[in-house]
Design a protein around this ligand. Structure first.
Ligand SMILES: *Cc1c(COP(=O)(O)O)cnc(C)c1O
Length: 309
């Protein structure tokens, strides 16, 4: 059996921001879909691993940063399904010491899942989509099935078309955190015609609309809310840490600092500003990624902050 889970539960949640009306919304708990192949990464890998399996590949190769949810998920999927996995990791300073792997919870986990790493410099990493770079990897590692950075391709979008189901028809607004835009593309493709899809980019990127348009068929009712990237990918501040911890204390739901924390911060801020019509029903997708908290806390230590796990 390959990756065959489909539906995760919707949970009704009330969050009360100090000095404002409580916000009621529903959270699709894709973070509960699988313990280690988390959230949208499960969705994105599903048809890719099926394709790899049907075409006789025994190795998955992919790319990512040293704290990447996608690296962790690919390593876990390979471990569970019997693929060898190779991770091309951005930043060659990491290879200098075995200690670096030991101190990085994401790489440590991926290593325990059997992933083999190749660390490349940031400048080489930028060439990762070129034919020359991929040919060199083939010489080094032999045949592999290549999963792009962040896992986004047409098969990944197909997997993300399974996030919304018939039961989600009752919602008016669907919110999703964004990195490459693959996940929201699948959501846009299966959203109902009365729904509006809001994307919350976790990074500064002017090409996200274009990327989405490569994958969607026609549905026009979507919009990107670009005010909540907190300065860029994996950038944080104290307000965000406080919000994630307060949300956890009020709802018992853990958010990750890279994606879902920023999205929920954005949803709550829009609510404070009166953006949402009171009778609209909001569904926010919890895309998972909680493995990233440990690594972020490691980096936040020096600033005296910590995110609740
Ligand atoms: C990777 C990731 C995203 C971004 O998904 P894209 O398909 O790249 O837009 C969102 N949330 C979490 C938790 C992720 O790990």
């Amino acid at each position: 059996m390959l990756l065959n889970l489909t539906e995760s539960p919707n949970q009704e949640v009330v969050y009360h921001p100090k000095g404002f009306e409580p916000l009621k919304l529903w959270i699709k708990r894709d973070d509960l879909l699988h313990e280690h192949i988390s959230g949208n990464k499960y969705r994105k890998l599903k048809y890719n691993v099926e394709f790899a399996f049907q075409n006789g590949y025994n190795t998955l190769l992919t790319f990512g940063g040293a704290f990447s949810n996608h690296i962790a998920a690919t390593a876990a999927a390979g471990n569970e399904l019997g693929f060898k996995t190779i991770g091309i990791i951005r930043g060659d300073e990491l290879s200098e010491k075995e200690d670096m792997i030991r101190e990085n919870p994401t790489l440590q986990f991926a290593k325990e899942c059997g992933m083999q790493f190749k660390f490349v410099s940031r400048s080489d990493y930028r060439l990762k989509d070129t034919e020359d770079f991929i040919d060199k990897l083939k010489n080094e590692f032999g045949e592999f099935y290549l999963v792009p950075q962040g896992g986004t391709n047409a098969l990944a979008v197909k997997g993300c078309e399974e996030i919304l189901t018939e039961n989600d028809r009752e919602f008016d607004i669907v919110c999703c955190a964004m990195g490459t835009g693959g996940t929201i593309s699948g959501i846009i493709n299966t959203a109902f015609s009365h729904q509006k899809v809001l994307g919350f980019p976790a990074l500064k990127d002017d090409f996200l609309e274009k990327e989405i348009k490569n994958y969607i068929h026609n549905f026009e009712n979507w919009e990107l809310i670009k005010a909540y990237h907190f300065g860029g990918f994996a950038k944080m501040n104290q307000d965000l840490v406080h919000f994630i911890n307060d949300f956890k204390m009020q709802t018992s739901i853990t958010l990750d600092p890279i994606y879902t924390g920023k999205m929920f911060f954005g949803i709550v801020d829009l609510h404070k500003k009166g953006y949402f019509d009171k009778n609209k029903r909001i569904l926010a997708i919890h895309t998972g990624g909680l493995q990233g908290i440990k690594g972020m806390n490691f980096r936040l230590q020096s600033r005296g902050h910590s995110i609740l796990e």
